[in-house]
Ligand binder design. Structure first.
Ligand SMILES: [Zn+2]
Length: 271
């Protein structure tokens, strides 16, 4: 599932291949994935317009349009953004294709049809309406702001990290990696974390997300490029902790399966 690092890779692709270029033709292969406007209106609003800044907030890619408006792309479970060279065959599962004036295109793919393409008045309005918390890599999200964003609730820290209203960008896979790096059990309630633990979690979050982006998140052989002490390549039933060799354990939290090392990430004490 595309999380912050994957979407950052899509953002860079959009910036490299789409920014400053004119959308000549929009083809909507699946009108059901278009929100905030009909497929007809989407075409009308985009055709002839130039793509401006390519932004990302959490797991959402925001393609700003010259003058006004923005196209928000949410990738759901297995969506992606691809550049299609002029004359090349359209990739499978292309739900919305932005054909560029020079004949190449940006294609929004989404095999499982979870996610959306939304026409918004502006990137800012989209972020506010979606009630997204600060982006996990926003320079303005410092240690203190992060510590405050976690709150003091009873909810397990993994769920807190994954709640996009607290911090935007972290999902099931990266929350596991961040907690592994911070040596924190996924079920520890936020209220049990002191300032030192919150600081450790903040450092782990930045380290994990930045390392994943730098390693080309989502690309082929991506997990082989990760540092040797990362959990992701072993994050499965029967996997072993890259630090201590203990068998990885899984647990269900809020409908999602999390993975952790029972030796490095100790169970929270009863309280
Ligand atoms: Zn371990």
């Amino acid at each position: 599932m595309p999380e912050l690092p994957d979407v950052e890779i899509f953002r860079r692709l959009a910036e490299r291949d789409g920014k400053g270029r004119t959308i000549a033709h929009v083809s909507v292969g699946d009108p059901g994935m278009v929100h905030g406007a009909s497929a007809e209106t989407l075409r009308h609003r985009l055709e002839g317009r130039r793509i401006g800044a390519c932004r990302r907030h959490g797991k959402v890619l925001l393609l700003e349009l010259e003058k006004d408006g923005a196209l928000a792309l949410h990738f759901g479970m297995n969506g992606a953004l691809r550049h299609v060279a002029r004359g090349a065959e359209e990739p499978g599962y292309a739900r919305v294709v932005l054909g560029l004036a020079e004949g190449d295109a940006l294609a929004y793919l989404n095999p499982r049809r979870i996610g959306e393409v939304r026409l918004a008045e502006s990137a800012e309005k989209f972020i506010a309406d979606a009630k997204l918390g600060p982006d996990a890599l926003d320079p303005a999200l410092d240690r203190a702001a992060f510590a405050a964003a976690l709150g003091d609730g009873r909810q397990g820290i993994k769920a807190v990290l994954m709640d996009q209203a607290n911090i935007a960008g972290i999902g099931n896979i990266y929350s596991d990696e961040i907690l592994f790096q911070a040596k924190l059990h996924p079920a520890i309630p936020a209220r049990a974390l002191d300032g030192e633990a919150r600081g450790r979690l903040y450092a782990a979050m930045r380290h994990v997300l930045e390392t994943a982006v730098a390693s080309g998140a989502g690309a082929e052989h991506f997990t082989e490029k990760l540092p040797k002490d990362f959990l992701i390549p072993e994050r499965r039933r029967g996997g072993h902790c890259p630090r201590c060799g203990t068998e990885i354990r899984s647990l269900k939290l809020g409908g999602r399966t999390g993975y952790y090392c029972p030796n490095c990430q100790k169970e929270p004490a009863e309280n």
